[in-house]
Write a protein that binds this ligand. Structure first.
Ligand code: F6P
Length: 342
């Protein structure tokens, strides 16, 4: 049995832990593993490297991915999709493990429909994949946001300012909600709940007038004011899957808040800091469990499946179920965060 593994989409702490787990578990069954370079791009171009225990030694704590990644969508052109199928045959792959978010796993689901054996491992710092309670990378991201908020608190308080902290989260505000809750945000704005500019300003004004004097607002990059269609962005560029490149809401808010309240405001974009560096213990363990289960599924002859965390169990669900819709924020958790707004 020859297994191919690729990592696609935005990188995420824990990808190397999955690769290591797949290789180590595969060796128990004496399966070979081939690492595909740079996501689907590597299969379009037929670029792969053999992976054995030595190749994955020492990678568990490393961020990024030793295989590289890309946002290549092979189904954008029939030619590229054909090349992917051809290279899977040429490389002698019996099954392909795709580690990625909805885009990468969407391609794996399509290939499965065309008769290629695929398995999905859910990955995104955004935690917005359905069918799984958590994706690895998310815990690392919210730990980084929490530390940033702790640091921003002291400087914001000292200057009696409003600090707008923009975090990742295109369609779902998981990072904003969990990070903001852990970091004691005074307001959290998420894509699921268009916000009222006047209410935002009232909170800042009230806090400025009260003894507390400063405000920390966490905003997800995909959050929008009520009545605004689409996103607030600085750029109109799109990636291969048609997603607008976000960023700009933090700066927009800081300007508006200062103009409307007279409270000096600053913004910080945490951006790719949230995706970089070593995964937390939680993410290393989750990623490892996913990798081990993915190889077990191959051994059981179950394909077209995605491994998922439900409760504290790793289960297998149809790939299509995992990619069918964005998992939006659990409003019960958001309501807990709301207790601390203002
Ligand atoms: O991985 C998803 C994500 O983190 C989104 O929240 C964000 O919009 C996007 O990646 C940005 O990624 P990049 O700048 O690498 O394209």
């Amino acid at each position: 049995m020859k297994i191919g593994i690729l990592t696609g989409g935005g990188d995420c702490p824990g990808l190397n832990a999955v690769i290591r787990a797949v290789v180590r578990k595969a060796s128990h069954y004496r399966y070979d593993v081939l690492g595909i370079k740079d996501g689907w791009k590597g299969l379009v171009e037929g670029e792969a490297i053999p992976l054995d225990a030595k190749a994955v030694s020492g990678i568990l704590p490393r961020g990024g991915t030793i295989l590289g990644t890309s946002r290549t969508n092979p189904f954008k052109s029939p030619d590229a999709a054909e090349k992917v199928v051809g290279n899977i045959k040429k490389l002698g792959l019996d099954v392909l493990i795709g580690v990625g978010g909805d885009d990468t796993l969407g391609v794996a689901a399509k290939l499965f429909k065309q008769g290629i054996k695929t398995i999905g491992v859910p990955k995104t710092i955004d935690n917005d994949l359905s069918g799984t309670d958590f994706t690895f990378g998310f815990d690392t991201a919210i730990s980084i946001v929490t530390e940033a908020l702790d640091r921003l608190h002291t400087t914001t308080e000292a200057h009696h300012r409003a600090m707008i902290v923009e975090v990742m989260g295109r369609h779902a505000g998981w990072i904003a909600t969990y990070g903001g809750l852990a970091g004691g945000a005074d307001l959290i704005l998420i894509p699921e709940k268009p916000f009222d500019m006047e209410e935002v300003c009232n909170i800042v004004k009230k806090r400025a007038e009260s003894g507390r004097g400063f405000s920390i607002i966490v905003v997800a990059e995909g959050a929008v004011p009520k009545g605004v269609e689409g996103y607030i962005t600085k750029d109109v560029k799109k990636d291969a899957f048609g997603h607008v490149l976000l960023g700009g809401i933090g700066e927009f808010l800081a300007k508006e808040v200062e103009k409307k309240t007279g409270v000096e405001s600053r913004h910080v974009v945490l951006g790719h800091l949230q995706r970089g560096g070593s995964p937390t213990a939680y993410d290393r363990i989750l990623a490892t469990r996913y990798g081990v289960r993915a190889v077990e599924l191959i051994n059981e002859g179950k394909f077209g499946m995605m491994v998922a965390l439900q409760g504290n169990k790793i289960v297998a669900i149809p790939l299509e179920e995992g990619v069918k819709q964005t998992k939006t924020v659990d409003m019960d958790i958001y309501k807990v965060a709301e207790v601390f707004f203002g």
